[in-house]
Structure formats: C-alpha cells, structure tokens
Design a binder for this molecule. Structure first.
Ligand code: BES
Ligand code: MN
Ligand code: ZN
Length: 498
C-alpha cells in the first residue's frame, strides 16, 4: 500500500473515496462540514434522517454524492466529542480502514487525521494512523492454499492535514509510522510462523537478512562459542532439542562513535514444550509464540534502521527450543551460568530466564547505556495483568517511568510491577546459588528477581509480554507488541519525536 499526506478541501478530492467523521449525536466534524456545504447539505440531511448518528464503531458508505469529485464518501462515527481522545481516535481510524478495505475502492483520503485529539500532536495523529492502517490490513496467509478474497485491495491511502505549513512535519511522522508498522509486521510474521519453520537457525538467518538489508553488523554465536564463554545456563535449555541453539548479536551504529549503546535482549524460545517438566496439551501450540520477545526486538531494530535514528542500538537474541528428550535437563540439575552463579533447575519449564541470564551477562561487554529485555516470561504475568498491559520491572525508576510514558503515548501500555528485595528470598535453593523458580505466588516478580541478579552492572528494565505478545481464540495471532512502545521510547531518546 502507498501512503501520502494531502492538503485541500474534501469536496475537491478526486479518487475513489473520501472519509469524514461524525460526532455523536449528529455533529459533523470541520471537514465533514465543508463537504456538507459544498453538496447542498447532503451529509447533514443523512444525519438528520438518523442514518448516521455518530456512534463510535459505525460507518456509512455513500455513492456518487452530488457536487463531489470522488466516487464515494465514507462517514465514520466518532462517539461523543468531549470523550474523543487517543483510544477513540485509534478506534475510528481502525473502523475507517476496515470499512474502506471492504468496499471496491482502491484508494482513499482520510480526513480523520485533521480532527483535534486532546493532548495529541499532528505528528502523533499521522504516525498512529499509519501504524493502525497497516495493522488493520495485515494478513498472514503464506501457508493457505487459497488467499483471502482481495478483489480490489486498497492500494493508496492519503491522510489529510489542514495546514500546508505542516506538510514536512506530517511527512516525517508518516515515514516514522510506516517504519514502526513494518517493524510490527516483521514481529507478527516471525511470531506467527510455526515452530517447525521458525527454528533458532531460521531466526539467525532472519536477523542476518535484516543486517544485510540495512548494512550493519550481525554475528551469530554457535554452541561451541557459547561453551567457550561458559553459557551453561543457556545451553542447558537446548539439550533436549535436535535444533542447535544460537546467540544472535546485531549492532546498529547510527549514533556517535564511542557513544554507549542501548541494548535490547529478546527471549527466543522457538517452541516451549516445557521440557521434562512437560506442559499440558491444551493450547500447547501457542508456545510457538515463545519467541515473540526476540521477534519484537528484531522488529524494533528494523524500524530504527528504517528511520535511520541517530542512536547506537545493540540487539541480543538467545534462541533455542525447549524440548524433552534423553539428553534434556532434569529437575534438580545444577548449571553454572556465564556470570559464575550456579542455578538449580527445579522446573525445566522456567527456561526463559535460563537463556536470558546468560544473554544479559553477555550484554556487559558492550558497556551499555541501558539494557531492556523483552520476554514471554511467565503465565503469572497473564494472571496479574491479563492481555492489556505488559509487565514492567526495572532496577531504575526513571527508566521505568520513561518506558511507562512511551507505552502510554504509543498506546502500547505497560504497568510498573515491584522488584523489591523482599521477593528475592523466593529463589532460595538448598544446593545452588539460586533456584530457577520461586513458587506460584508472585510468579512474574520472582522471575524478574531472577533476572535482576544478572543485571547489577547496568541500568535495566524487563518487559514481561506473556499476556500481550499474541491473541488466543478466533483471532489467534501475534500482535507485534511491544514494538510500538520500544520504537516510541527510542524515537524520544533520539530526539525525533514531534
Ligand atoms: N513461556 C512460558 C510462559 C508463558 C506461559 C507465556 C503461558 C504465556 C502463556 C514460560 O517459559 C513458562 O513456562 N513459565 C512458567 C514458569 C513456572 C514454571 C515457574 C509458567 O509461567 O508457568
Ligand atoms: Mn516454559
Ligand atoms: Zn517459555
């Protein structure tokens, strides 16, 4: 799909469809009003008759409205004007794009980007519209023999702004939105791929492809390299699998030479069967999504490279399958991590922290400014926060607040969870420095506490995306979260946010 920014009045637009908004009850937006004046009050007559009352989520398609230059007008209900904020704006864009793509129109101009949204800039509205448009039209059909009906797919989408002087600003925001949307789509694609395709080797190749597309460095550490580094915790997870584990390291250098990098670490378990502590059967297929942390940091990196942000960003992905087998780790096994700390593996299903701890220790060599890990780490996080908020833990309060803020602004929200020392006792082991589980109570917190023992040397945050990385049920599929949160945070750090 092609995107562009437009100025000009709605009644003068040529093309297949013009999209305007209506507030509840029966109030035309400014651009809908212009169209109404130019069409002998065609729109207000429809509103008066009660066919479009402005209720959020409703749309009405009109054909060949007299005195217009376009084939169709799509009216979109926005809900009450005084309740119109970020969430309602995003929902309106979503229903507009959905309705538009169900018509025969191959192009459309959205006059919704002109509508003021409380506390939100024009750049935000345009960026968000681009992200939502791409998200709404996303399909994952590479394994379907028959592709879904796309008689006349939407090919061109324009966003209207009312001031010509804001053109450059809007265009930059559009480019940012599209880059973020591509990052989200990459994360969704990788997440949706089945475990027999998306193996650690596949992830490493995908990473190498991104690196060569954008001309930066990618290094893949093999089992032997990891043995030499003493990453016995990570390696223990791979013991039951026929697939070799990998440690993927990508270095994007858009910032000044010598400037400390930001490091993102993503959990890349390409299938989590639980290992010897085998998971129950129902919904086990969803454990192909256990590499969504990895997918999201790769997606974020792609977005950053696409936007050419002036920052140094290093991405580390520890990746493995977690399978049962004769050689697999057993409950009670003790391993020595790269940090030298020993771990008693009381449950082989708590494998995410075992691969992450060695990746976090490895991060030290980059002398990072900040490290953020992203992981589908605990079922307990889903119990705590459901599928709305990502769990956020940090050893630094200002970092936590920056990330929370980025999540709010990007509409990809996180919630701050405690990481108090009081919880550390849960990880006591009679035989090693620590156990890899802390019991059912506060399960997402003890998992974060475990990681915190490997992040003492830098400012660190942990995002538990177990509840937000994918959807179950009829709409089963990866969401691409938290790419929008991370991209927003990095845009801000790069000073490129308007
Ligand atoms: N990948 C899972 C976490 C998970 C479970 C995410 C369900 C989303 C939905 C992780 O590796 C895991 O199995 N964690 C265990 C930890 C427990 C054994 C301490 C869990 O949450 O049950
Ligand atoms: Mn597990
Ligand atoms: Zn897992």
């Amino acid at each position: 799909m092609e995107f562009s920014i437009k100025t000009g009045n709605p009644e003068k637009q040529r093309g297949a469809c013009v999209v305007v908004g209506v507030f509840e009850p029966r109030k035309l937006t400014a651009s809908a009003g212009l169209l109404d004046n130019a069409t002998n009050h065609y729109l207000s007559e429809i509103v008066r008759r009660g066919d479009m009352g402005g209720k959020a989520g409703t749309t009405l398609l009109l054909h060949d409205v007299p005195s217009t230059q376009c084939g169709r007008v799509l009216m979109v209900g926005l809900g009450k004007e005084k309740e119109f904020s970020e969430k309602e704006y995003c929902a309106a864009i979503r229903s507009a794009v959905k309705a538009l793509s169900e018509t025969g129109a191959t192009d459309g101009t959205l006059f919704l980007t002109e509508i003021p949204v409380r506390k939100c800039s024009l750049a935000w509205r345009v960026r968000q519209a681009a992200i939502i448009a791409k998200e709404t039209t996303y399909r994952f059909e590479q394994f379907k023999s028959k592709k879904s009906d796309a008689r006349r797919p939407l090919r061109k989408l324009s966003f209207a702004i009312d001031r010509r002087t804001e053109m450059a600003l809007a265009e930059e925001a559009l480019a940012q939105g599209l880059a973020i949307a591509e990052g989200v789509a990459l994360a969704r694609d990788l997440g949706n791929l089945p475990g027999n395709v998306c193996t650690p080797t596949y992830l490493a190749e995908a990473a190498q492809r991104i690196a060569s597309d954008y001309a930066f460095d990618c290094q893949v550490l093999e089992r032997g390299d990891m043995e030499a580094l003493g990453m016995h915790s990570l390696l223990s997870v791979a013991k039951g699998s026929h697939q070799p584990p990998k440690l993927i390291v990508l270095q994007y250098k858009g910032g000044k030479e010598g400037e400390k990098p930001l490091v993102l670490v993503g959990k890349g378990i390409t299938f989590d069967s639980g290992g010897i502590s085998l998971k129950p059967g129902p919904e086990m297929d969803e454990m192909k999504f256990d590499m969504c942390g990895a997918a999201s940091v790769l997606g974020t990196l792609k977005a950053v490279a696409q936007m050419q942000l002036p920052i140094n960003l290093t991405v580390i992905v520890p990746t493995s399958e977690n399978m049962p087998g004769g050689a697999a780790s057993k409950p009670g096994d003790i391993v020595t991590s790269m940090s030298g700390q020993t771990i008693e593996i009381l449950n082989t299903d708590a494998e995410g922290r075992l691969v992450l701890c060695d990746a976090l220790t490895y991060a030290e060599r980059f002398e990072p400014e900040t490290v953020i890990d992203v992981a589908t780490l605990t079922g307990a996080c889903v119990i705590a926060l459901g599928h709305v908020a990502t769990g956020l833990f940090a050893n630094d309060d200002s970092l936590a607040h920056e990330l929370l803020r980025a999540g709010d602004e990007a509409h990809d929200r996180a919630w701050h969870m405690p990481l108090w020392d009081d919880y550390q006792d849960l990880l006591k082991s009679n035989f090693a420095d620590m156990a890899n589980i802390g019991g059912r109570a506060g399960g997402s917190i003890s998992a974060a506490c475990f990681l915190s023992r490997f992040t003492k040397k830098f400012e660190w945050a942990h995002l538990d995306i177990a509840g937000t990385a994918w959807k179950s049920g009829a709409e089963k599929g990866a969401t691409g979260r938290p790419v929008p949160l991370l991209a927003h945070y990095l845009l801000k750090r790069a000073g490129k946010l308007n």
